[in-house]
Ligand binder design. Sequence first.
Ligand code: DOR
Ligand code: ZN
Length: 350
Amino acid sequence: MTPTEHSLASLTITRPDDWHLHLRDGAAMAAVLPATARQFARAIVMPNLRPPITSAAAAAAYRGRILAALPAGSDFTPLMTIYLTDSLAADEIARAAEAGVVAVKLYPAGATTHSDAGVTDIRHTWPVLEAMQRAGLPLLVHGEVTDPAVDIFDREAVFIDRVMVPLRRDFPELKVVFEHITTKEAAQYVAQAGAHTAATITAHHLLYNRNAIFLGGLRPHYYCLPVLKRELHRQALVAAATSGSDRFFLGTDSAPHAAALKEASVCGAGCFTALSALELYAEAFEAAGALAQLEGFASHHGPAFYGLPRNLGTVTLARQAWALPETLAFGETVLKPLRGGETLAWRQLD
Ligand code: DOR
Ligand code: ZN
């Protein structure tokens, strides 16, 4: 850490965006949306609802529900996505682009929460990928193989060889975001894959390695997919995020689950970080002595990749201790934020 950073009492950056977010729907969405709308000007909203958002019309209707649930006076803009399936028709891509959909999400079937309608073999989606390449619509990839013979900690690295490399070869002009990368292999792959490939990185993958899941007992709120990896991978992610490379940008993957479903015999994958996302990223960048790189990562690199303007205005983070609430009302139930009940060093000022 440099002496200047050590004494930094506040940090003002261009208003940031969240390039990977789960909002759910209905009362659950209404409960979590204000947190994101407070921190970010825009967010890419994942389509893994039940049933998934698989058409331009469904995405437009979902956007309408999000806008209707926003706190009064909020100028937050949800950026909509559709969910790729084996049977998505290629002509839906033109309709989606027309309706303002910004990207299409690839979930390998069975890879994660609400992914059962996902793609069983990427070759089934070739006509759609061709249409996306033509339309300039990015593909957002959950990059894990689902082959049960592959160890869960290796699923991302194996995905690079089995899916990513062939995909890049077959669709060299397609914009691809390798979402929520968790490994040194993925960071290295993206860094050398050319201008059409980028990656999002979550705050929790920058702050924690897999020991966090097992610290003194099983900690379900640290379980997400792709699962946290070894320390050497965390360090590689921090190096990528703080490198200044515009291929890496902020995507929280904040994923709300009712606390009762996390603290259960089968725990759903997902960490909820939307209440304190910027603070957690600031903590990770500060620990790396790289607070000066936070603005590029959070506010500049994402719009550049998506071909969107940077936000006007700024947000300020102050070094001001505060206690993150232990729970948040979540429809009829509650959810538990990652680090809930703990004191955070940075605080976003209103
Ligand atoms: O941890 C995760 N939670 N990873 C995902 O890919 C999906 C997400 C969710 O929707 O809960
Ligand atoms: Zn996600």
